[in-house]
Design a binder for this molecule. Structure first.
Ligand code: SF4
Ligand code: SF4
Length: 189
């Protein structure tokens, strides 16, 4: 899919997110890196397909022959995506989780456990990722761990830039309207 965001802007967003982390320590120690390593069989049994969707244009940062990931693509028209999305959506799986080149983590890993949400007034807010959509338990969500303010702020800053792209904005709008706001946990910073 065509993205209006240049590669250099995506790269700058990665660099900004490289400098922050949801917690002071390694939260993977709390859960055995569940978000990287949750059993694929469990996920399949629950109807989930573990892996990572890239945002439109994010593929500009990767070489598709990259040894770190297994690549696949599907047509946006055939999946659960905004109506404006047409063409290839890329899906990658880590080959060696939880070992990864951290500076090559895709956005989905960098923002987790946050998600962007347009509230009823149309404002961009950061929320905790709704747990019912996960095939594993993230203690940062289930135990409502206090998350680092710098992480929340940086995530919000990057999302503000990302939603200037119409396709990415449509995705955030699409996901937001699927949620029941009364069940969301909004983060402040
Ligand atoms: S984000 Fe959640 S699931 Fe992932 S490693 Fe940290 S605590 Fe575990
Ligand atoms: S890219 Fe890194 S952080 Fe993301 S799922 Fe793979 S191993 Fe985990």
């Amino acid at each position: 899919m065509k993205s209006s965001i240049r590669r250099s802007v995506f790269a700058a967003a990665y660099r900004l997110l490289d400098r922050v982390s949801p917690t002071d320590g390694d939260c993977g120690l709390l859960c055995g890196s569940a978000c990287c390593c949750a059993g694929e069989e469990d996920a399949a049994a629950q109807g989930f397909n573990l892996g990572i969707y890239l945002l439109p244009g994010e593929e500009k940062l990767f070489a598709k022959r990259d040894k770190l990931f297994e690549w696949s693509s599907s047509k946006a028209e055939d999946g659960d995506f905004p109506a404006s999305w047409r063409g290839d959506v890329y899906f990658i799986r880590c080959k060696t989780p939880p070992v990864c080149k951290r500076n090559m983590r895709p956005f989905q890993c960098r923002f987790f456990p946050l998600a962007p949400h347009f509230d009823a007034d149309g404002a961009l807010r950061m929320i905790l990722f709704p747990m019912e959509h996960l095939p594993y338990e993230c203690p940062l969500i289930s135990e409502k761990y206090p998350l680092s303010e710098s992480f929340i702020r940086a995530s919000h800053t990057v999302w503000k830039r990302l939603i200037t792209d119409p396709l990415i904005r449509d995705l955030v709008e699409y996901d937001s309207r699927e949620r029941d706001e009364s069940e969301l946990v909004f983060l402040t910073f």
